[in-house]
Ligand binder design. Structure first.
Ligand SMILES: NC(=O)c1ccc[n+]([C@@H]2O[C@H](COP(=O)([O-])OP(=O)(O)OC[C@H]3O[C@@H](n4cnc5c(N)ncnc54)[C@H](O)[C@@H]3O)[C@@H](O)[C@H]2O)c1
Length: 451
C-alpha cells in the first residue's frame, strides 16, 4: 500500500536538461550583496573558503526510509550547474568594478578575500544601468543608459543579455536583482497585460520602474528572473503571465536574511505551542548603502510592507483571535553609518501563556547582512537555472524559503514558516527526481504498523 501511494506521489522523474556548458549569472546591482557573492564564489572555487549558508552546496537530502540511510548532498542529487561553470556580469549606475565596489562595501576582509583575487574582480565592470533617481532617491549614478523611452531601454537590456551570452560563451543565463530598493508602487492598469505594459513603456509611464524593465527584458529573452529586493518587479500580473507563456521561472521578493528569518522561525514556534502574542517591536541599525537608500521614507515603505506581512500570515489571527487578534507589530530601520554592513537587529517580543500571564523575549542579532544574503544569491541562481531546465515556469513557490515576501499563485496565500518552506523545497527536489515524498509520518517503523 505504502509503495502504491508513493508511486502516485512521485509519478517518475521529470525530464531535466543537463547542466552542460557555462551558466551566465547576470546581477542587477554591483553593491555589497553582489560583490560578496561573486568574491565568495571565487574564493570557494580556489579552495580558499567554504560556501557556508548555501543549501545547494552544503545541505544533504534524505531519500527513502530512515533505515535506508541515503543522504546525498543536494548538489550530488540534482543536476545543478557546477560553481566552476558560473560566469558573472552586472549592471550598475556606479561605474566601480567589482574589486573597487567590494572594497567600498567593506564586507569582506581585503587582505584575506579580495586582494588574492583582485584581477578577477577588476575584470567585472558593470554595464550601464537602466536607472532613474525618481525610483531610488538617495542614489546618483553616471553609468546610465540613454534612450528615447522605456521600451527602448528595455531593448538595450535585451541586447546586453544576448551580447553577454555570446561574448562569455555561456549556454544559459539567469538574472538576480541585487540592486537598491525602489520607491513604493502598487500594481496599476499598466501592469495588467503585455499590451498595456508595452504601451506604458513607450509613453514613459511613471508606474514602470527600472526593475520592471530588467524583468521584462529577461522574460523576453527566456531568462529566469529572481528578485532579491521588495520592489514589485516580477510580482505583477503581466510578468506572471509572460513567464507562463514563455515557460520561464520567476520569483521574489526580498531575500530573507536576518531579522525576518528569525521571525519566520520564532513566530511558528509560538503558534505551534499555542502561546499568545501581544506585540513585536523590531528595530535595526545599519550603515551600508542599502541602509542609506532605506533611510528615504519611500524606499523604506517598500521594505516595511515586505517585512510586516509575514506575522499575520504565520499567526492567522482570523483562526486564533484570542491569541493573535491584537498584535502590535512595528518595524524600524535606522541608518547609522558607523556600523557599515554589520547590522544590529533588536526584537522585543511580548508573548503570553497559560491564563494570559505575560512573558518577554529579547533577540539581539549582530548579523552581517551581505554574509547572510550571498549564499541565497548563489542558491537562487542555481535553483532558478535548474527550474528552467526542468521545464518549470512562472512562480517558483518551492523557492519561498529564500524570500521575505514570497510570490504565490492567485487564490493561495504565502507560506512563511521557514521549516515548512524547507520541506517544500526538498520535497520539490525529490519530486523532480522521482523520489518518494517525505511526510514524516513515521508509522511504518513501529511494530503496530501494517507490514
Ligand atoms: N543584505 C541583505 O541581507 C538583504 C536582504 C534582503 C534584501 N536585500 C536587498 O538587496 C539589495 C542589495 O543590497 P546591498 O546591500 O547590496 O545594497 P547596495 O546599496 O550595496 O547595492 C545596490 C547596488 O544597486 C545599484 N543600483 C541601484 N539601482 C539600480 C538599477 N536600476 N540598475 C542597476 N543597479 C542599480 C546601486 O548603485 C548599488 O551599487 C537591496 O535592495 C536590499 O534591500 C538585502
Amino acid at each position: 500500500m505504502a509503495r502504491e501511494q508513493a508511486a502516485v506521489l512521485t509519478g517518475g522523474a521529470r525530464e531535466i536538461a543537463p547542466a552542460t556548458g557555462k551558466l551566465g549569472v547576470m546581477l542587477v546591482g554591483l553593491g555589497a550583496v553582489s560583490t560578496t557573492f561573486i568574491a565568495g564564489v571565487e574564493n570557494v572555487r580556489r579552495g580558499r573558503a567554504l560556501p557556508i549558508g548555501s543549501l545547494s552546496q552544503m545541505a544533504t537530502i534524505r531519500l527513502g526510509r530512515r533505515t535506508e540511510k541515503r543522504m546525498p548532498k543536494i548538489k550530488d542529487f540534482v543536476p545543478l550547474a557546477d560553481l566552476n561553470d558560473l560566469v558573472f556580469t552586472a549592471w550598475d549606475p556606479i561605474p566601480d568594478d567589482a574589486y573597487t565596489a567590494a572594497v567600498k562595501a567593506g564586507v569582506l576582509d581585503r587582505h584575506e578575500h579580495l586582494d588574492p583575487i583582485k584581477p578577477f574582480l577588476q575584470g567585472i565592470k558593470p554595464m550601464p544601468a537602466v536607472f532613474d533617481q525618481y525610483y531610488v532617491k538617495r542614489l546618483q549614478g553616471t553609468n546610465v543608459k540613454r534612450g528615447k523611452n522605456k521600451r527602448e531601454l528595455a531593448e538595450q537590456l535585451r541586447e546586453d543579455m544576448r551580447t553577454f551570452k555570446k561574448s562569455a560563451g555561456v549556454d544559459r543565463l539567469v538574472v538576480v536583482w541585487c540592486a537598491s530598493t525602489e520607491v513604493f508602487l502598487t500594481p496599476g492598469p499598466a501592469h495588467q497585460s503585455l499590451q498595456a505594459f508595452e504601451q506604458a513603456m513607450e509613453q514613459n509611464d511613471q508606474s514602470i520602474a527600472p526593475s520592471m524593465l530588467y524583468a521584462y527584458a529577461a522574460l523576453m529573452e527566456n531568462v529566469p528572473f529572481a528578485n532579491g529586493a521588495p520592489n514589485l518587479t516580477v510580482d505583477l500580473p503581466v510578468m506572471e503571465r509572460l513567464a507562463e507563456e514563455r515557460h520561464v521561472p520567476i520569483g521574489g521578493k526580498d531575500f530573507k536574511t536576518g531579522q525576518t528569518m528569525m521571525k519566520s522561525v520564532l513566530a511558528p514556534a509560538f503558534k505551534a505551542r499555542m502561546l499568545g502574542l501581544s506585540g513585536w517591536y523590531s528595530t535595526n541599525i545599519l550603515g551600508n548603502r542599502d541602509g542609506e537608500v532605506l533611510d528615504d521614507p519611500e524606499s523604506f515603505k517598500t521594505k516595511e510592507e515586505s517585512k510586516l506581512g509575514l506575522l499575520e500570515h504565520i499567526l492567522q489571527p482570523d483562526l486564533y483571535p484570542e491569541l493573535y487578534g491584537k498584535v502590535y507589530h512595528k518595524v524600524r530601520i535606522n541608518y547609522y553609518p558607523p556600523r557599515g554592513d554589520n547590522k544590529e537587529g533588536w526584537d522585543n517580543i511580548d508573548i503570553f501563556g497559560w491564563l494570559g500571564y505575560p512573558m518577554q523575549i529579547k533577540v539581539d542579532f549582530l548579523c552581517r547582512d551581505s554574509i547572510l544574503a550571498a549564499p541565497i544569491v548563489l542558491d537562487l541562481a542555481l535553483f532558478f537555472d535548474l527550474a528552467g531546465r526542468a521545464g518549470l515556469s512562472g512562480i517558483q513557490e518551492w523557492l519561498s524559503f529564500y524570500f521575505k515576501s514570497p510570490q504565490f499563485a492567485q487564490g493561495l496565500y504565502a507560506e512563511h514558516d521557514l521549516f515548512i518552506q524547507q520541506t517544500k523545497l526538498k520535497n520539490t527536489l525529490r519530486w523532480m527526481m522521482g523520489e518518494e515524498q517525505i511526510t514524516h509520518l513515521g508509522i511504518e517503523y513501529y511494530e503496530y504498523a501494517e507490514k
